[in-house]
Design a protein around this ligand. Sequence first.
Ligand code: OGA
Ligand code: MN
Length: 281
Amino acid sequence: MLSLKPMTTTKFVTEVEDIDLSQPIDAVTIKDLRDAINRHSILVFRGQSIDNDQHLAFSRNFGDLEIHTVKQYLLPDYPEIIALANRGENGTTPIDNGGAYWHSDISYKAKPPMGSLLYSLEVPPEGGDTLYTDMYAAYDALSEEMKGTLEGLRAVHGYAARFAKMGEGGKRPQLSAAQLAEVPEVSHPIVRTNPETGRKALYVNEGFTLSIVGMAMDESRDLLDRLTAHTMEPRFVYAHKWRVGDLVFWDNRATMHCATAYDTQYARTMHRTTIQGDVPI
Ligand code: OGA
Ligand code: MN
């Protein structure tokens, strides 16, 4: 039996207590964790001490791992691990505040990742929280009229424009032709159904969603802006204050997240693995 301790008044975020992620986890517990992430969307494991191999081993219990298109943040010996390290790590490019916009990881792929597991090694004394928003609750709270409007609509997601925007004073190179070929624009349903539970979530995000299929550009922009404003309402949002040794496992199918600022004189080092997912329905 998992020991779950809610961290929000809703079902959204729960801590999983009394579990040591450095050890192999039995099949029953893995099944319970899968059930838990379908119910809660964000699982928080505190006080962990795991090395890269243990991080990979735990992550692989939930599926094959994604290797990011952009290589400069990947640990040289562990390409399945993205280092969000503001001092760099083993030659990775330093990154102060990756993901400082609302997004669901890699939603721009035809098969976006099911989940991400972010583990903290060094955190600033304050700031650098990660905000998460509950896209099931955001969907449920829409008016019936809006739910009707969104029914059957699809949105286009892409990476190239976002990557170019992230260029800090031209410091970041553009995507190469080969990288661009890996990330052609794709479309996904705006209302996404979890195939295991039938629950519906909004599935558009500020970071990567470009337009709505079959809609005039200004109308599309307007509707996306309204949905973005709605999903960011504080009632749907949880702010995770990191401690060293936290591992947060989130469901990309039903959440968005956003990095926040901190004083960069302090080191911040996080490792992320990313679990492959299915074509959204
Ligand atoms: C991520 C991400 C935000 C943060 O790991 O996918 O967006 O606060 N991280 O580091
Ligand atoms: Mn992210």
